[in-house]
Design a protein around this ligand. Sequence first.
Ligand code: ADP
Length: 546
Amino acid sequence: MNGLMQQQPLLISSFLQNAQRHHGEQLVVSRRVEGDIHRYTYRDLAARARRMANALAGLGVKPASRVGTMAWNGYRHLELYYSVSGSGAVLHTLNPRLHPDQVVWIADHAEDEVLFFDKTFLPLIESVASRLSTVKHFVLMVDKGHMPEQSTIANLQCYEDLIAGASDDYEWPVFDENKASSLCYTSGTTGSPKGVLYSHRSTVLHTYASALPDALSVSARDTVLPVVPMFHVNAWGFPYSACMVGAKLVFPGPGLDGASLYELFESEGVTVSAGVPTVWQGLLNHVQSNGLRFSTMKRTIIGGSACQPSMMETFEDTYGVQVIHAWGMTELSPVGTVGILKGTQLGLSRSERRAIQAKQGRSVCGIDMKIVDVQGNDLPWDGKTAGDLLVRGHWVVQNYLKAEGSPLVQSGHHLWFPTGDVATIDADGFMNITDRSKDVIKSGGEWIGSIDLENIAMSHPDVVMAACVGARHPKWDERPLLVVVRKPGSEVSREELLGFYEGKIARWWTPDDIVFVDAIPLGATGKMLKHKLRDQFWNYLTERQD
Ligand code: ADP
């Protein structure tokens, strides 16, 4: 017997319609590539998205056509989020930090027909345009006054001209909720990029779940500044969730340094922000060295890489900003788990609560997870036993775009996505990533998790960044080697840092040696490229001993 309720497909356009109708006066503020601050309302956004939807049709964009963007977080990018997906086409957000050859490979693989891009990326797009075999239209996201006098791209089009030349009379079409809405390629830190093709249904369900108070927590009373880029996993869904709840949105554009971000936080009264740890490091450095305070910030969501407990402490104890530690992946749209306490844990001591909050957290309802051993047997949720983390749920990838075979594995009665992460889960369901399976250090048949070793190093006041990698060892196969960037002017020694581990971990986990470097290579999404360090320092210990 079927339920007798209305059946309306779950479509992304519903968020925009909701924002327009119920939060029409709410603001969207953007720092533009042009340098100034732009502000308008959700009502303006909706009207311009309708115009753009008509303009896209004029360019020949049809349902399922792929439309590429290479753009910072800003209102024009938001208009494309809604006009492209809302009209039934597929928004493909390209990561500008990738190598130009990868950009070409990805745009080709996706078969992008139109490419919209910010002026920052004009030189990059000019350098690859002739190799983009499927792109028929190139659109620069500026007004006429900011168009270049000449470009090597023939028929370079102007975003504002497209909008001005189109009517705002447009009805958002209704179609099957399983149709593709957007496309994001994994950044390639774990092999060649793979296309994750989100559907309207998966995106809408992810949006509802991620906005919950025990998830990323956004409401109509918040001012949200997503630092996490709209070109990486849809900025963790904020472009959708902010519209869904009617929050004020603030976009930082290209200004991701501590000073620019701080200025926007304060001038726009930002209450919630979100980004990877490396960005927050830059912000904290700026705030600390200038003796500043946050006057409106209530919480910040940190994910994408492990958030060091020391960063969490500084935010909370010194600045009164709550840190929400979250874990996710491109393949999970991206939210999987969030480190928010349960009611039963509120009576715990401060240090006990901190230890729980430092974990990657509980799964959001809609995502199921478990850990298994190498034979695929379920492992206990005891907070100690580490195993391969598997997930399944409404917004988890089933197949990669154009890939042969599915990445899913059978375990028990279900198919699961193997995350490539190694984790423990405790009796309360809090998951703690100990490593990526590729980064685990295998010492004499035992595993050493590199994340713990990095967190300890980064809690030392003289350390800016630290990566721990396995280096070849004649007796133990691999031993941990710590690669450290010192604070400018600091002379902290190898001996002092090694001594810093005493009493904090099992003695045999202590790194065998420390290498001081000027910088640690970061990938396209701000993560440390540990495989590069591993390649570089693989023989460090043996050569040193020889
Ligand atoms: P890619 O896989 O291409 O690097 P993703 O952004 O999808 O791009 O990366 C997902 C991975 O990032 C996870 O599998 C995990 O290893 C890591 N990650 C994400 N959030 C956290 C976190 N809070 N703590 C530790 N690792 C994290």
